[in-house]
Ligand binder design. Structure first.
Ligand code: SAM
Length: 369
């Protein structure tokens, strides 16, 4: 991982208006959707292994409330398992992992508040923060029973080398992610980076998982195999357009935009399955893809967006909470308000034409004996 990403890849800290903590309903909805799978995996792991201390890790936990929901879900499900089986509960050891720039202080402050609300009858639990990239070894061998990661694995360990900020030629001019104007060689670089990273992640975790341990991963992907036809192409395409409009007005230098690319990749289910098979160390228990409206506050099912202007603002706030640190690092803070206002406008226009949804891939894996 580049030093650059180590330092600047994190969500907006604190609990202010633009913070990730206040703008993570999209990711919370994904956790609600995945909860039945989570309950099954936790039950299976606990029933199969019956550890005295169950070690659980959330990778890419960030600083909002979602990781705390995860912690309380695991406590509740394990407690219920034990009550049904009339067993004494195990102790639970949680590791909350994210990049070193993550706002662990806010996270642990909110954890403290939540702890006071947890029923005394629940299994005893201990929570530790674990800064570091999940593309490195994080745990001793065979020490973790259950890994969880939500909305994080679409982040690459780094941009493909040829696309990094200091490379002399700008290979993806005018774009910040994959668009129809992106050359096939750049598409291949992104795909290869994803395969390499995901495979590395799988292999690292397989060393750390106890035999019979499981992983539950949810991340942004795409519905079909056409690499240009995913929602991330639209979501980031519209952000790229907002940046281009700032270039046209001389607010941002063209070279600044041309040298910026997002270290993100939304894979198809086939790409995920291919990497899991290549790793040779997991059986796939469950794999699915579900869709989620771009606007985190739009819970409707149909193809109609009631208030496109408000939805544009909601989508923009949600993306700002995720992208702000990276954008500030590259372009400077001064563009932020203007950029996200233009982005909200672009999204509203897009939603007038078509209601679009994110595709979220959910996969649960069991380490092979
Ligand atoms: C969108 S947030 C999701 C947070 C949380 N899981 C949730 O559902 O709300 C993605 C998180 O992944 C973290 N992340 C990205 N790449 C990472 C890496 N290589 N190692 C650890 N964390 C990473 C980011 O810093 C960010 O906090």
């Amino acid at each position: 991982m580049t030093v650059e990403l180590q330092r600047y890849l994190h969500m907006v800290a604190g609990e202010g208006e633009n913070s990730y903590a206040q703008n993570s309903r999209l990711q919370e909805k994904a956790m609600v959707e995945v909860r039945p799978v989570l309950e099954k995996v936790v039950t299976d792991v606990y029933t199969a292994l019956s550890p005295r201390t169950m070690v659980v890790a959330d990778l890419g936990c960030s600083s909002g409330p979602n990781t705390l929901h995860f912690v309380s879900d695991v406590i509740r499900v394990t407690g219920d398992c034990c009550s049904r089986a009339c067993r004494d509960p195990p102790e639970l050891q949680f590791f909350l992992n994210d990049m070193p720039g993550n706002d662990f202080n806010s996270l642990f402050r909110s954890l403290d508040a939540q702890r006071k609300k947890t029923a005394a009858s629940m299994p005893p639990h201990y929570v530790v923060g674990l800064p570091g990239s999940f593309y490195t070894r994080l745990f001793p061998e065979r020490s973790v029973h259950f890994f969880h990661s939500s909305y994080s694995l679409m982040w690459l360990s780094q941009l493909p080398k040829e696309l990094q900020v200091n490379s002399k030629i700008h290979l993806n001019e005018g774009n910040i992610y994959l668009r129809t104007t992106t050359s096939p060689s750049v598409v291949k670089m992104y795909q290869e980076q994803f395969q390499k990273d995901f495979l590395l992640f799988l292999k690292l975790r397989s060393k750390e998982l106890v035999f019979g341990g499981q992983m539950l991963l949810s991340f942004l992907g795409r519905k079909n195999n056409n690499v240009f036809d995913g929602d991330l192409n639209h979501v980031y395409g519209l952000l790229g357009q907002a940046l281009q409009s700032l270039v046209l007005e001389g607010i941002v230098e063209k070279a600044r935009l041309d040298s910026f690319n997002l270290p993100i990749y939304g894979p198809s289910i086939d790409e995920v399955v291919a990497a899991v098979k290549q790793s040779e160390v997991y059986d796939i228990n469950h794999i699915q893809l579900f869709e989620s409206n771009w606007d985190p506050y739009d819970d409707s099912e149909g193809d109609f967006v009631g208030d496109t202007v408000q939805s544009g603002i909601n989508v923009s706030k949600c993306l700002r909470a995720v992208m702000e640190p990276l954008l500030v690092r590259h372009f400077g803070e001064y563009i932020l308000d203007e950029l996200f206002e233009r982005y909200a406008f672009n999204v509203a226009k897009h939603l007038e034409r078509e209601k679009t949804r994110y595709s979220v891939i959910v996969v649960s894996l069991r380490s092979k004996p």
